[in-house]
Design a protein around this ligand. Structure first.
Ligand code: C2E
Ligand code: SIN
Ligand code: SIN
Ligand code: FE
Ligand code: FE
Length: 365
């Protein structure tokens, strides 16, 4: 049932409208208001499908009503027919400027009124339908986006895991490095989007170890300086894998008649991951590798992941070293802050030792 609201300060006009429409359309529910305030109360209480308002009223006018209706999203879509005198050209122009849907001359001709109302209601029902469709569509897109996001995270993690499987002693190192890195990013007050990016891509920091020969990667005991030089290639190898141009992919998407998804987001994720792979072994004092960057020249995500990586390596047993106790590891981490790790970050994460340990408890091999 359509609900129509008529607004006029003169009671006899409203009575006239009621008489005119009563017998013509009994599927219309008629509501009446003698002032803008009264009209607003009714509009807030019921879903109104069309409003017919007098332009000139004492106190708040039809224009005030139009303005109030524009303010809220759900009322701005209600069609409004404004009643003016036949000769009020200026008033008519103003009504249209204020967002009136249609104009009607006073005195009202019943046939005109019914015709205008029918067309305004048709407009309203069309808009309602579009709106319902949009809402359904938005929900579908959201669901699909969530699924794709999950798939994306899942693939990133599997890629990281694939790299780690060869490095048999590290267990759940990548998962812990991701979680610890996220904690640090949060402690530094980075924006949510960036925290999420770090969490996602920190797991790929050692992806390049996939390209290190077994004899070195799996060596029991200390590496020779020459072997260590080869081990250092893992940063660049990881970044190269992440930044490779996916040539075969172009053809795949061409087949599906889609634009190649050089998606901004995907590119950003890969660049972020590559930055971390490339910079997680740089040192604050400039004596790190592969580029020997120092201080703030080292990308922040690399400085963050370095903390997570070193802490987790310290707490883990390796073929060449014992695991440090939580106390000893924290002590060592503190000593690394300055020469090796960004000392400003350490100040922000002082209180996080128990949280780091909780992550180790949750993701232990
Ligand atoms: P990883 O074992 O995951 O260690 C990551 C980083 O944590 C190391 O990078 C180093 O900065 C820090 N770290 C590890 N253990 C200690 C420690 O006892 N004290 C301190 N202060 N920091 C520590 P780094 O040294 O560039 O090594 C990169 C990767 O190379 C290591 O990853 C590991 O996979 C391998 N690696 C390094 N040295 C040796 C070694 O002597 N023998 C073998 N088999 N592998 C090594
Ligand atoms: C990834 O899955 O490693 C990122 C690739 C992309 O989103 O394009
Ligand atoms: C290291 O990275 O192996 C040592 C860090 C330091 O204390 O300088
Ligand atoms: Fe590494
Ligand atoms: Fe690592």
């Amino acid at each position: 049932m359509n609900r129509l609201l008529f607004v006029d300060d003169e009671a006899h006009y409203l009575k006239g409208v009621e008489r005119m429409l009563h017998h013509r359309r009994d599927e219309w529910r008629l509501c009446f208001a003698q002032s803008v305030d009264e009209a607003v109360t009714q509009i807030n209480a019921h879903d109104i499908d069309v409003i017919v308002t007098d332009a000139n009223m004492p106190g708040k006018s039809g224009f005030d009503l139009l303005e109030i209706l524009q303010e809220a999203d759900h009322t701005s879509r209600i069609p409004v027919i404004v009643l003016t005198g036949d000769a009020d050209t200026a008033l008519k122009r103003r009504a249209l400027e204020y967002g009136a849907t249609d104009l009607l001359n006073k005195p009202i001709n019943p046939e005109d009124l019914v015709a205008r109302l029918i067309s305004a209601l048709r407009l309203k029902s069309y808009e309602d339908k579009m709106r319902r469709q949009n809402t359904t569509l938005e929900a579908k897109v959201k669901k699909r986006t969530r699924e794709l996001e999950f798939l994306h995270h899942d693939l990133v993690w599997r890629l990281a895991k694939a790299g780690e499987l060869r490095d048999e002693e590290t267990g759940d190192h990548v998962m812990r490095v991701s979680h610890i890195s996220r904690l640090i990013a949060q402690a530094l007050g980075l924006p949510d989007r960036e925290i999420e990016l770090i969490f996602l891509t920190a797991s790929l920091h050692d992806l390049g170890k996939i390209g290190i020969p077994d004899g070195i990667l799996l060596k029991q005991g200390r590496l020779t300086p020459g072997e260590m030089e080869i081990m250092k290639h893992h940063c660049k190898i990881g970044a190269d894998i992440l930044l490779m141009k996916p040539r075969g992919m172009q053809e795949f998407y061409a087949l599906k008649t889609q634009t190649p998804p050089e998606l901004k987001m995907g590119a950003k994720v890969r660049e972020y991951a590559a930055t971390i792979a490339m910079s997680h072994h740089e040192r604050w004092d400039g004596n790190g590798y592969p580029l020997g960057l120092a201080g703030d020249a080292i990308p922040l995500p690399g400085r963050i992941v370095a903390y997570a990586d070193v802490y987790d390596a310290l707490r883990s047993e390796r073929s060449y070293k014992q695991a440090f106790s939580p106390e000893a590891a924290w002590q060592e981490l503190q000593e690394c802050a300055g020469p090796h790790l960004d000392p400003n970050i350490f100040r922000a994460i002082r209180h996080l030792r128990p949280a780091f340990e909780a992550i180790r408890d949750t993701y232990s091999e």
